[in-house]
Ligand binder design. Sequence first.
Ligand code: PMP
Length: 432
Amino acid sequence: AVAAPDPEASLARRDATFAQVQEHYFAHPPLIERGWRHHLVDTRAQTYIDMVNNVTQIGHGHPRLVEAVRDQWARLNTNSRFHYDELSRFTERLAELAPEGLDTVFLVNSGSEAVDLALRLAQIHTGRRTILAVTEAYHGWTMASDAVSSSLGDNPRALETRPDWVKLVAAPNSLRGKHLGPDSAPAYLADLDADLAALDAAGAEVAGYIAEPVFGNAGGLMLPDGYLAGVYERIRARGGVCIADEVQVGYGRLGHYFWGTEQQGAVPDVITIAKAMGNGQPLGAVITRREIAESFAAEGSFFSSAGGSPVSSVVGLTVLDVMRDEHLQENAATVGDHLAARLRELGDRHPLVGAVHGMGLYLGMELVLDRETLKPATAEAALVCDRMLAEGCIVQPTGDYKNVLKIKPPLCITHESADRFVDALDLVLATL
Ligand code: PMP
C-alpha cells in the first residue's frame, strides 16, 4: 500500500500551484480521503460530521448515484446537440417541480453560470440593463454573477466596485438592518419604493431583480414576511424580471418547502439552481417562462458543451429519485426543526449566541459579543470552528462579519448526529 501523504506537506504543494485567492477551510485542515453519508474521513482515520456540505445533498458516496454514473459513463456521455432520453426526462422532471408557469429549462454546469444566464435573460427579454440586487449577497464568480455579489465577507471592497448597471438595495436584514423584526417588510418595501423612484428619475429602467429567497450567504436569515411578494409586485409593475437564486436554499433543503420562494408566497419569473441538484457533479440550471427563454434567440443560440450531458442528466435524475425514495426533504424538516430547537436552547446557556437563523437544514448560528450592540464575535466564531474540528465536527462561518456558523449538512443527517453536533458545540462554547 502507498503511504498516505503528510497533510501539511500536501498543503504546501497545494499552495505552491493552486491560486491563493481561494481560502481553504481551517489553518491546519485534515487531509480528507473519503466521505460516507454525512461523514468525512481523513487519512488518519479521524471521522467528522460534515455540517458544511449543502452541495452533497443526498450524502457522500451514495451507492445508487455511484452505480448510475458508472453505468451512464460506460454507455454514453456526449453533448446536448445530440438527442438522448436522459435529457428529456431530466428537463421534464425539473419543469414539473418548478413553480407555476416556469416550464422551460436551460442546463449549465454551475451556479455562477446559471446566475449569469438568468441576468442575461432579464436584460435581453426587457431590452434594458439595470439589475437590482441586495447587499450581503453572493451569487457567483463570473463577470455578471460577481457584479451582483456584494457580500463583504467575500470581498471587502464589494460596495465600491459594482459596475454601473447594478443597483444595490439594502438587504432586509431583520437582525442588523435599518428595520428590525419579522414584521419589517412594509418598511423595507417603502425604502425600495424610494430606490425605484430614484431610478425612474434617473431614467434607469429596471431589467430585473435578483435575490436569494432566504439569505443563505448572510447565514440563513429569513426574509421578513411578505417582503419578496411585495418586491416582485413592484418589479413586475415596471416590466422587470424577478430572479430567485435558489442555488443554496432551494431544492428541498428548507424541509417545509421545496423552493425558498414558496416560504415567501412569491412566484418568480426565473430560478437558478446548482449545487444540490448535482450532489457535487458540476450541474446547474435556469428554469423560466417560455417567452423569456425565447427572447434569447435575439442574441443567437444557446449551447453549453457539458450542460445537460447524459451523465449530468442521470446524476440530476438520480439525486431526485433518492430524495423522493429516502424522504430527504421530510428529514430536513424533522431533523432541522429538532436541530434549530436545540441550537436555540444553547442560547440560554451561552451569551455568545446572538440568534439562530434559518429553516430546515439551512441554519445559521450568529455569534455576538454583546446581545444589545450585536457586536460580531468574528474571532470567536473562527475559534469555535477550530475547536469543533477537534471534536469531530466540520462547521464554518459566513456573513459580512464571518460570525455566523452556517449549518447545512447533507439532507440524510440523523437525529443522533445532529445531537452529537449540538453536544460538541455546547462543550466548545463553554470553553470561550
Ligand atoms: N448563488 C448562490 C446563492 C451561491 O451561494 C453560489 C455559490 N456559493 C452561487 C450562486 C455560485 O455557484 P457556483 O459556485 O456553483 O458557481
